[in-house]
Design a protein around this ligand. Structure first.
Ligand SMILES: Nc1ncnc2c1ncn2[C@@H]1O[C@H](COP(=O)(O)OP(=O)(O)O)[C@@H](O)[C@H]1O
Ligand SMILES: [Mg+2]
Length: 355
């Protein structure tokens, strides 16, 4: 599949999966891939669940792009030209030229509420709430309200993107909460819709549900590692998301798969010592034993990862993309490039499932 076709499937890609499987990493890689192919992409990262104001663990995404800034409600540019230049360069009336770009911001319910109040002429109320410390309370008091506020903001960005507004991104990648929470997060609008009698909350919930259930506007990217528990959880999440939240699943990304190393299965420490000696080297028995043990462990992990990938392929009928494990303590620009190339090749080889 062409990369631009991949991103044309839906304007909003919601990235979710079990905690620690690489959601933030995959979000950054997706955004970088979009930019490589001339698109502008906004990564919106959600605040940790249950916390209205706490900033999300944002440094990881910045670091991948060689920055150190912590994400905030205001957008920052991680790759490409600054936003102002792109907008200024546009002729009035003519659509602005497309610029490859990766931007990022954090979204939290309380900041989304402030913006909502501003946009609806309630600036003074929002200031009062903020100064009294009640903002969090209001933004999170009603079950489902924080999710509606955040998803309402995402919907607003998606509408701007659909209309081709200057400065609006081509693609929005939502670095969503861990799977268990994401199910609730994506289901909340439907719940609120059923509960809310009328007024702005109902209208907002209605519009968010429309976005979530329209596959041309929003699809889910499920991330897992090739290990037993994350794979099981990914399969459960897939089912619940489709059945209960009505969202369409786009793909499952198998992250951090060990690159295949061809290792002799029947290697003995003695044979290794002899082989090294024949080529003029020297290896102690202890060193040889340690190497043999490491090779056996690596072979075993490769086998078990392959088994998990097979299980996923058999039980989850979704196109699968793969990213290799990077042997690096921290993921920086070099690893981002490597992972982006891997995703590029994986998407290139992908044939979407016939529906
Ligand atoms: N493909 C990979 N290779 C090596 N390390 C990875 C890979 N993907 C993620 N990691 C590391 O795993 C940790 C968790 O990744 P992260 O993207 O923050 O997960 P999540 O957002 O799901 O919690 C990070 O320390 C990250 O650097
Ligand atoms: Mg994360």
């Amino acid at each position: 599949m062409e990369i631009t076709d991949f991103f044309a499937q839906a304007r909003v890609l919601v990235v979710t999966g079990k905690g620690g499987v690489g959601k933030t990493t995959v979000s950054g890689v997706l955004a970088n891939l979009a930019a490589r192919h001339g698109l502008s992409c906004l990564v919106a990262q959600l605040a940790a669940p249950g916390a209205a104001t706490r900033t999300p663990e944002t440094a990881h995404l910045s670091r991948m792009f060689g920055h150190s800034r912590v994400l905030d409600y205001d957008e920052i540019v991680l790759f490409g030209e600054e936003l102002a230049e792109a907008v200024d360069g546009a002729d009035r009336g003519a659509p602005p030229p497309r610029r490859p770009q990766v931007r990022a911001r954090a979204l939290s319910p309380d900041t989304a509420l402030v913006e909502y109040l501003h946009l609806h002429g309630m600036r003074r109320l929002s200031r009062k709430l903020a100064s009294s410390g009640a903002l969090d309370v209001v933004a999170t008091a009603v079950p489902g309200m924080p999710d509606i506020l955040v998803l309402g903001k995402v919907k607003q960005i998606e509408r701007a993107a659909a209309a081709g507004q200057p400065g609006a991104p081509d693609v929005v990648v939502l670095d969503a909460p861990a799977a268990g929470h994401a199910v609730r997060f994506l289901q909340s609008p439907a719940g609120l819709l059923a509960a809310a009698g009328g007024g702005p909350v109902r209208a907002q919930a209605q519009e968010v549900v429309e976005m979530l259930t329209d596959p041309s506007r929003c699809q889910v990217v499920l991330v897992t590692t090739p290990e037993e528990t994350p794979v099981s959880e990914a399969m459960e999440t897939a089912q619940v998301l489709e059945d209960r939240a009505g969202v369409t699943l786009c793909t499952v990304v198998v992250n951090a798969r060990l690159p295949t190393a061809e290792l002799p299965g029947d290697l003995s420490a003695e044979a290794l010592v002899e082989a090294v000696a024949r080529s003029g080297g020297l290896l102690s028995d202890d060193q040889a034993s340690a190497l043999v043990a490491a090779a056996a462990l690596r072979s075993e992990r490769q086998r078990s990862q392959a088994a998990q990938v097979r299980r996923l392929a058999e039980e989850l009928p979704l196109p699968r993309l793969e990213l290799p494990f990077c042997f690096s303590a921290d993921l920086g620009p070099e690893q981002l490039d490597e992972l982006t190339s891997a995703l590029e090749a994986s998407v290139g080889a992908w044939a979407p499932v016939e529906i």
